[in-house]
Design a binder for this molecule. Structure first.
Ligand SMILES: *Cc1c(COP(=O)(O)O)cnc(C)c1O
Length: 366
């Protein structure tokens, strides 16, 4: 059986180093906001090429706190509109609506699955204040067109880089392209912790200081509360784990690219639509997503042949009970994607033999 994802297998090569790191945290007697968080934040800033990283409890909070901070700074106001792709994971949208901002759903491009920049301008109103761009499946969603529209209309670009740790656009990393980025270190992400973790990345020092306070009860100074903040800190244990794993992110992403190249060259079946290649470094292959008309049949066939799959994602946000008032809306491209996508196993612990098996099994599907 080739599982869709084997988290234990992902961490096994680093186990000794992780055990040492965890053991040092235990022995330090300091578990919240200490040296490990500070040094991981510095290391991740250097890696992404930004001035500030602020560790948070998870990726959703990272995104939510960016919007919250822009509100505290008087840049966004309740009811302001944020453009966001309709086909994202629901966390992107929750970060907007949690702040009583209005999520304006924009259809994606069928070729990249990322927000269609040709539709951005038509979605802009007087209340539009930002674009939440999502680097879905690990492919960067950013470029001159998005930047020039943002500049022309005075919009902030916020990146949901949860799936794109290490991806690059013209030599700059995801998380350093927009005005701020929220990233997740959920265990299955390209840079995964051993539990929940996330971070905000930004060159904007004022925004960074506001997020830094908001994640810690709204406090810059202990027992002085500037804002009615939340508790969403990256903890010392996860920071120590992430510092170890950050060293391997580039080589693990390289391995993902190798497997993706094998799939792209090897899978040849008219029933399957393969993902976009991206440019050399713009894709970090968090997921290798193909489209197929009879998805359930294909999934059952693969399961029968010993290949695990998952669907990212089966139901779009606008069809979720959580957003009942949107349920009557129709986003045909988004809905088509949700109906037909299926993710094949792709992760650094997959062997060449596993990859060949996946290719052979896909090619034999009728
Ligand atoms: C994983 C993910 C998030 C949320 O991250 P958590 O750490 O699980 O809160 C947000 N957006 C996208 C696109 C994601 O894939």
């Amino acid at each position: 059986m080739i599982p869709f994802l084997d988290l234990k297998g992902l961490n096994a090569p680093h186990k000794d180093e992780l055990m040492d790191a965890v053991s040092r945290v235990i022995d330090s007697g300091w578990y919240i906001l200490g040296d490990n968080v500070a040094s991981f934040e510095r290391a991740f800033s250097d890696y992404c090429g930004v001035r500030n990283t602020i560790g948070t409890g998870n990726g959703l909070d990272a995104l939510t706190l960016i919007f919250r901070a822009y509100k505290e700074l008087g840049i966004f106001h309740e009811g302001d509109e944020i453009l966001v792709p309709a086909n994202t994971y629901i966390a992107s949208i929750l970060a907007i609506t949690e702040n009583r901002l209005t999520a304006v759903l924009v259809e994606p491009d069928m070729g990249t699955y990322n927000i269609d920049c040709d539709l951005l301008e038509a979605s802009i109103s007087e209340r539009t204040k930002g674009i939440l761009t999502v680097h879905l499946y690990g492919l960067v969603s950013y470029g001159d067109k998005m930047r020039s529209i943002a500049d022309q209309y005075g919009l902030k670009i916020i990146e949901d880089s949860a799936q794109a740790a290490g991806a690059e656009y013209e030599g700059r990393r995801a998380g350093s392209l927009g005005d701020a980025g929220g990233i997740s270190f959920f265990p299955s992400k390209n840079l995964g912790a051993l539990g929940d973790a996330g971070a905000v990345t930004t060159d904007d020092d004022e925004l960074a200081e506001t997020v830094r306070a908001l994640r810690n009860y709204g406090s810059h100074t202990k027992y002085r509360n500037q804002y009615a903040g939340i508790n969403s800190r990256l903890d010392e244990l996860q920071a120590a784990v992430l510092k170890v794993k950050l060293q391997y992110l580039d080589s693990e992403n390289e391995r993902r690219r190798e497997i993706a190249a094998r799939y792209l060259n090897g899978i040849d079946n008219a029933n399957l639509i393969l993902p976009p290649k991206g440019t050399a470094r713009s894709h970090v292959w968090h997921l290798f997503v193909v489209r197929v008309e009879e998805r359930d049949t294909f999934a059952a066939y693969l399961r029968d042949k010993g290949v695990g799959t998952m669907v990212h994602y089966p139901v779009p946000p606008h069809k979720q009970p959580a957003y009942a008032s949107w349920n009557d809306r129709h986003y045909p491209i988004t809905e088509k994607i949700h109906k037909t996508v299926i993710s094949l196993p792709l992760n650094p612990s997959l062997t060449d033999d596993d990859a060949q098996t996946v290719i052979d099994v896909c090619n034999a599907y009728k």
